[in-house]
Design a protein around this ligand. Structure first.
Ligand SMILES: Nc1ncnc2c1ncn2[C@@H]1O[C@H](COP(=O)(O)OP(=O)(O)OP(=O)(O)O)[C@@H](O)[C@H]1O
Length: 299
């Protein structure tokens, strides 16, 4: 078994003159939770649909658990459970019947598990799909997907249309899947969800893989903001930490972005004549905004 469950190499999708995904090379490691971020139209769904064989790439290579989706779609279905962004479910059926239908259809389907997930998500499975709200239909689709025992779960905006409590329950299901060794790849516009669950994140921008990030590295980054008390204060950092510090001064305000262990940096910060010092984790938001606006990510 290879360590990577998803591998793409130069994956490209064009629609006429328009390139929806350009030269995308990435991998998802077995057992991790992998986040896909990017503004509307960045190419996230295009990438996901290419991985599932729903779209044919214009060029490039891809493999899912060693399978090329273009070659063996049947085998691929055994390995991947997929939640589309716009799940279409049979409107005339009741929730419970939908769960039974999909559990019977999939080789790794498990009705009991689907019903359990429906209960966790507080879904009334006696309601007919046609009479369900958008959020209820999303819960039903999630109960279908989490009821299937595949090594890989690909979820396109799994928490869209859900209230905060249920969103939390969905994220718990993602972490449960990880705990039993499954791999989860999901797209979301909610940065806190990605921060809370993902091991690694890829940022797409205008069809290009703009940035990759391991969350454990992000946790090592902090932003220190303060006011400089002395005019023309010497803000030069000692050589031992200078390469892991990025300082910007705007009038009296100073912003220091740090990378790595904070402890040795604090004694330097303490030696500066600063007031109103605030230290906070850099957070995904800062990285997202930098990538979104096409800036280099500090450090
Ligand atoms: N069949 C198609 N023909 C032409 N262009 C398309 C087609 N499907 C998607 N696109 C374009 O490809 C780009 C990427 O779309 P995609 O759905 O992958 O974005 P996304 O990152 O998932 O966006 P969102 O966050 O809004 O769901 C968009 O500009 C979209 O208009």
């Amino acid at each position: 078994m290879t360590p990577d469950i998803v591998v793409t190499e130069g994956l490209t999708k064009r629609y006429g003159d328009f390139t929806a995904l350009s030269d995308c090379s990435m991998s998802v490691v077995r057992g991790e939770v992998f986040g896909l971020l990017g503004p509307n139209g960045a190419g996230k769904t295009t990438l996901i649909r290419l991985l599932l064989g729903h779209l044919q790439p214009t060029s490039g290579q891809l493999s899912i658990d060693g399978i090329d989706p273009r070659v063996d779609g049947v085998e691929l279905r055994k390995r991947v459970a997929y939640l589309p962004g716009d799940a279409r479910l049979p409107r005339h059926m009741k929730g419970g019947a939908v769960l039974r239908f999909f559990a019977d259809m999939h080789p790794s389907g498990n009705l009991d598990r689907s019903l359990e997930v429906a209960e966790i998500l507080e879904l009334n499975t006696r309601t007919r799909v046609a009479f369900m709200s958008t959020g209820m239909r999303q819960k039903l689709a999630l109960a279908v997907v989490f009821g299937v025992d595949t090594p890989l779960l690909i979820l396109d905006e799994p928490t869209a249309n859900l209230d905060p409590t249920v969103r939390g329950n969905v994220l718990n299901l993602v972490m449960d899947a990880k705990r039993v060794g499954r791999t989860v790849m999901f797209s979301s516009h909610v940065l806190s969800e990605i921060e809370d669950t993902c091991d690694r994140v890829a940022f797409l921008r205008k069809g290009k893989l703009a940035h990759r990030l391991a969350m454990k590295d992000l946790y090592q980054r902090h932003r220190i903001t303060a006011l400089v008390d002395q005019a023309h204060a010497n803000m030069e950092a000692p050589e031992t930490i200078a390469s892991r510090i990025h300082t910007t001064i705007d009038g009296q305000s100073v912003a220091i972005v740090t990378d790595g262990d904070l402890a040795p940096m604090l004694s330097w910060v303490d030696s500066l004549a600063l007031s109103q010092v605030r230290i906070e984790p850099l957070g995904l938001r800062a990285v997202y905004d930098a990538v979104h606006t096409g800036q280099a990510v500090a450090l």
